[in-house]
Write a protein that binds this ligand. Structure first.
Ligand code: ZN
Length: 127
């Protein structure tokens, strides 16, 4: 590992790392703004103060995110204000990410956002 590092010029390695960090920051921002958006439209549970999502499992929450990555786009056209448009110039708002990364951001920054399953855990256990 040491000899490999020695082979690469310092400048190149540094550049590569910055690019990766920048890409990662962009994805983090994407996931965070998606959760912020979801929080705006979620009910707050009066007993716990948690935001309750409509999806019963976190896997389905990730699937909704993936769907929004494909469909939610920013576009100056009239149609995009009420529904997804397919203009060529439309820019995706959210960036694709792995489930592990998605759950990690969720756990770290949005632990007050819960699925329905989690809040109904006690009842589910009885089955
Ligand atoms: Zn459009």
């Amino acid at each position: 590992m040491y000899s490999k590092a020695y082979l690469f010029p310092q400048k190149l390695r540094y550049h590569g790392r910055t690019t990766v960090n920048r890409a990662r920051a962009k994805v983090a921002l994407s996931v965070c703004s998606w959760f912020e958006e979801r929080k705006k439209y979620s009910d707050i549970m009066p007993d716990t103060g948690f935001y309750q999502l409509t999806e019963p499992t976190r896997k389905l929450v990730k699937e909704q995110y993936d769907l929004d990555v494909d469909t939610v786009k920013a576009c100056p056209c009239e149609r995009s204000r009420s529904e997804p448009c397919d203009c060529e110039g439309a820019t995706p708002i959210y960036i694709e990410c792995s489930p592990a990364y998605f759950y990690n951001i969720w756990h770290t920054h949005f632990s007050d956002v819960r699925t329905t399953r989690k809040s109904l855990m006690q009842r589910d256990d009885q089955h």
